[in-house]
Write a protein that binds this ligand. Structure first.
Ligand SMILES: Nc1ncnc2c1ncn2[C@@H]1O[C@H](COP(=O)(O)OP(=O)(O)O)[C@@H](O)[C@H]1O
Ligand SMILES: O=P(O)(O)OC[C@H]1O[C@](O)(COP(=O)(O)O)[C@@H](O)[C@@H]1O
Ligand SMILES: [Mg+2]
Length: 468
């Protein structure tokens, strides 16, 4: 449709690197639809006699700019090309599904994350109260729940069942990792007359959603699938933040404060905190900014050397000589280049690489480095592990979860499918899943987020001896 890739050079938005957008067009951001919407939304009837009805509904042509800078807009105008935009989320006046004949299913997959229960609650309440969809089931233990042999019993969901679940972390439905047979999952959806499937998960879950949708389409079924972006790692592309991420780094912040107390409590005290973040260091970077006592943030995006004049150990020693204590925050995926390359790669059931323990490596290496030099130092190591993701959602994430869920409900009711709800430039959006999962979101080392980290920590831009 549009041929432009203009104005979309590599640049960063809040630390997000988006080089791949250069090759994309607005076609890549078009959300699929099951067909014509001919049913008047119950929301229209609810607000028809109020002034709100004029501004409530979103048109399918309403779009959100990817790059909202005036500079980009002017460039596009000058060149006569269409800027990249995302579909705006929200209620449609005409919908695809007739509420009375509609059955919905909800599944939660992958690692746990704060806010999953808030999302389940809001999807159920949104369907039930806003759209009069009363037939809702919960599929237990992720995609396993769609394979009968696992024997997981489905749960009937209604507002009474979900009324208190936002008070707890985890997922009332449970979760799982591991690939399941696509045809068999779609057989299950078909056999149970499911019209809409809400998948709550990260990049893996969304990829699963997409292949399920392809099979649905191949069979000519009218089943809508919507993803709601869950992951503490915040690594889903074209989405400003995933739910649970904020609670995770907020939970990590007081742990860093405690680490700082430990570090200052000893002469040349070093406290290391390892935080989750498989391939993206957003949790480590944001937790360190939230508790700015941190002297080094080590993330997967930035390789570093341990030894040598520009390596991490020399920088740490220098810091101790000046400040007599140091706090190091390391993301679990950082420094993987420091392990022997002949070691076998371990993967989880979903195929995600399980990284080697950089926290323990740092603790042991730092301890030995200073001992060998007879440089007095004390090293304390803290690994909060799952604690940062098993919390209940904080207030901000709770609001975010409800809005993501409601927008997923609006989209699905309007027959949109194979999409994930996003947030961009302060608007909720609908993105085609293949585009959102085309690559992982990572910190842009030349962007604003990483610059803030460097400014706050005082760590060098590079801790590589070969800085090329
Ligand atoms: N390409 C894929 N096709 C089908 N299922 C997938 C695909 N990628 C991941 N999945 C499944 O999605 C589920 C969640 O994926 P996982 O990577 O564990 O978590 P997350 O969704 O949080 O990234 C798992 O059951 C996994 O096997
Ligand atoms: O032990 P598990 O369940 O594999 O979880 C560990 C991983 O889960 C995460 O929290 C992210 O999981 P998801 O990809 O499922 O969101 C990572 O930070 C971490 O590597
Ligand atoms: Mg993932």
């Amino acid at each position: 449709m549009y041929s432009n890739t203009f104005g979309l050079e590599t640049f960063s938005i809040e630390g997000i690197k988006q080089t791949e957008i250069k090759a994309m067009t607005n076609q890549d951001f078009e959300v699929k639809s099951l067909g014509e919407c001919s049913v008047t939304s119950p929301l229209y009837n609810a607000y028809a006699n109020t002034p709100m009805v004029d501004g409530l509904f979103v048109d399918n042509n309403d779009r959100i700019l990817y790059d909202a800078t005036l500079e980009n807009f002017q460039k596009c105008l000058k060149e006569g090309i269409e800027p990249i935009t995302f579909e705006k989320a929200g209620p449609r006046e005409k919908i695809f599904f007739s509420p009375a004949n509609t059955k919905a299913a909800i599944v939660t997959c992958g690692g746990l994350c704060p806010g999953i229960n808030n999302v389940i609650r809001s999807v159920v309440n949104g369907l039930y109260y806003r759209y009069n969809v009363k037939n809702i089931v919960g599929i237990p233990y992720g995609y396993e729940g769609l394979i009968p042999e696992f024997g997981h019993t489905w749960v009937d969901l209604n507002p009474n069942v979900v009324k208190d679940i936002h008070l707890f972390g985890g997922s009332i439905l449970g979760s799982s990792r591991g690939r399941q047979n696509i045809e068999r999952m779609v057989d299950t959806l078909e056999r149970n007359n499911i019209n809409m499937l809400f998948t709550i998960g990260g990049d893996g879950t969304l990829s699963g959603n997409h292949v399920i949708q392809e099979e649905i389409e191949r069979r000519g079924l009218k089943i809508a699938t919507a993803g709601i972006p869950k992951t503490i790692d915040n690594d889903v592309n074209f989405i400003h933040k995933t739910f649970g991420f904020e609670t995770a780094f907020t939970t990590a912040a007081p742990i860093i404060r405690d680490a700082h107390n430990e570090a200052t409590g000893a002469f040349n005290g070093v406290a290391i905190v390892k935080l989750m973040g498989r391939d993206s260091g957003f949790i480590a970077a944001n937790a360190a900014l939230a508790m700015p006592d941190v002297n080094f943030v080590l993330v997967p995006e930035s390789e570093f050397d341990l030894y040598g004049p520009n390596g991490f150990l020399e920088a740490l020693k220098e810091r101790l000589q000046v400040g007599r204590h140091a706090v190091v925050v390391v993301a679990e995926g950082a420094g993987q280049n420091l392990f022997d390359s002949d070691d076998s790669v371990v993967k989880d059931a979903s195929g995600n690489v399980k990284h080697k323990d950089i926290g323990v490596l740092l603790k042991d290496t730092i301890t030995k480095f200073f001992k060998d030099q007879e440089f007095e130092a004390t090293v304390k190591y803290i690994d909060p592990s799952y604690i940062i993701r098993s919390e209940q959602a904080n207030a901000s994430d709770s609001i975010f979860c409800s809005s993501l869920a409601m927008n997923a409900v609006h989209g699905v009711m309007a027959g949109k499918t194979d999409f994930v709800v996003g947030r961009w430039n302060t608007h909720f959006t609908y993105l085609p899943i293949p585009t959102a999962t085309s690559s992982r979101k990572k910190i842009d080392l030349n962007g604003e987020l990483w610059w803030s980290v460097l400014e706050n920590t005082g760590q060098p831009y590079s801790m590589k001896n070969d800085k090329k």
